[in-house]
Ligand binder design. Structure first.
Ligand SMILES: [Zn+2]
Length: 467
């Protein structure tokens, strides 16, 4: 009996930790998942309107809520919780749109919110309607408490982060900067806690990200009859160029964020891996350690710009010499480097004047040169952001370390960073390392993990706006 009572107490205690706004967050989460916001047939405005409705119902004045955008299907939501004005505002951003999902590929309907075996399933449960719901719940909770923050809290829930041509953050910055101007930005879109069978391993806070760039490699020649082959063949040019690219690694380089990442990882990892990490932190770095770590795809991507062939086409008939062959090469560029710099490197690497190397811009247009603009160097880790984070993570996950990181993907942070707003990815949802399903099928998030992330974000937001 005694042990059963103790167990009951434990259950009660662990439940109490998740806080009273769980039901609200879950309810918002469900509503968002069930509004299809894909670029093809979805509607972001519907989601923005639904959130606006909830905010009005929670007592936000209509004048502090805007639903606006470039067209009827891609309207963004902006809301402001007024503070005392002691500090400049903080801006929270999250995208409402999701990647396409086909019912046939999924076990459940991707646009139905399904709770199964302790997990929530649906498109956007990881990327990132979970974060949208959590930010909404935090704002509503603060509003209902009558909390007066020391700075305005602005939240923008936006369109077209994943695809489409109406990126909400870019549009707002261009057309309504005054609505979202802030001292710094918290983006909820990214990795947070990586866990292994539910056990948290580390808490990641993205402080910078790589820049996305597509390049087109093409070769063209006169072609001719395939019974009379000549060495000058468009397909062979491209194939040989790609072969040289496959063997090429961009130079090893760490920046303030990735250096900070490895410094903390060195204290978490063990054995050879820990030794290798320490060795790459030396000046100069140990090349063999770089080599060994590079066999891991994640480390490989953290330590350098990467470029990889992703598409290939060529020729026009089985019995004709190819007049044209081309490959698409996708690059993820380290902050501090420009797409044009990478294009010139690609020219050197493929080392064949017959191969033309062009840049494919965001609209899909092929251009002879790329932008010279360098990716934004990582912002300093602001004490008002990082200190409360260390403290709160220590309270909620004793022993877990906050690791600054560089996202290998790209998020709306590129726009806010470009606008001079230091941007940090802060969230606390734990995803098992073998259950990373953003953009994939059967996307899901653990219910407990969602509730903990919900409680975390409310407390964190309150902490950074209390002083
Ligand atoms: Zn996302």
């Amino acid at each position: 009996m005694a042990s059963a009572a103790a167990a009951l107490l434990l259950v009660a205690a662990s439940h109490a930790q998740t806080g009273p706004s769980d039901a609200l967050a879950r309810d918002i989460f469900k509503e968002l998942i069930e509004i299809n916001t894909t670029d093809s047939v979805g509607n972001v405005t519907t989601a923005s309107e639904a959130m606006a409705q909830r905010l009005r119902a929670a007592g936000f004045p209509a004048g502090d809520i805007q639903v606006l955008g470039p067209n009827d299907r891609k309207k963004n939501l902006v809301v402001r919780l007024h503070g005392s004005g002691k500090h400049k505002p903080v801006l929270l951003i999250g995208h409402l749109d999701v990647v396409e999902a086909r019912r046939g590929d999924w076990t459940t309907d991707p646009f139905k919110f399904v709770e199964k075996d302790g997990y929530f399933f649906g498109r956007g449960t990881q990327d990132m309607k979970n974060g949208d719901a959590i930010m909404m719940a935090a704002l509503i909770r603060l509003k209902k408490e009558g909390f007066k923050p020391s700075r305005d809290i602005i939240m923008a829930l936006t369109a077209d982060e994943e695809s489409g041509s109406s990126n909400g953050v870019a549009w707002l910055l261009q057309n309504h900067r005054e609505l979202i101007d802030a001292q710094f930005v918290l983006n909820h879109d990214g990795n947070a806690i990586t866990s292994d069978h539910g056990k948290p391993l580390y808490f990641e806070m993205d402080g910078t990200e790589k820049v996305y760039g597509d390049f087109l490699l093409s070769a063209a020649n006169r072609g001719g009859h395939s019974s009379l082959p000549v060495p000058d063949n468009a397909i062979y040019h491209i194939a040989a160029g790609l072969e040289r690219l496959a063997r090429y690694d961009f130079p090893f380089e760490l920046n303030s964020v990735t250096r900070g990442y490895y410094e903390r990882m060195a204290t978490i990892e063990t054995g050879q891996r820990a030794a290798d990490i320490k060795a790459i932190l030396q000046t100069p770095p140990d090349n063999e350690a770089v080599e060994r770590l590079s066999r891991d795809a994640v480390d490989h991507s953290i330590m350098r710009t990467t470029c990889v062939a992703t598409r290939l086409e060529g020729g026009h008939a089985n019995n004709a010499l190819p007049q044209r062959a081309q490959a698409t090469v996708n690059c993820r560029i380290l902050p501090g480097h420009s797409p044009e710099e990478v294009r010139r490197t690609l020219i050197d690497v493929v080392a064949d004047p017959a191969i033309k190397v062009q840049y494919i811009d965001d609209q899909g247009e092929v251009r002879d040169t790329a932008s010279d603009r360098r990716g934004y160097p990582p912002p300093p880790l602001l004490p008002e952001v990082i200190k409360p984070l260390d403290k709160l993570v220590g309270q909620m996950w004793p022993g877990l370390k906050v690791v600054p990181a560089m996202s290998a993907g790209a998020s709306d942070g590129v726009y806010t960073s470009a606008a001079g707003l230091p941007t940090y990815v802060v969230g606390a949802i734990a995803i098992d390392k073998d259950n990373i399903r953003a953009h994939g099928q059967d996307e899901n998030v653990g219910a407990e993990s969602f509730y903990r992330g919900n409680e975390f974000f409310y407390r964190y937001l309150k902490e950074i706006t209390s002083h």
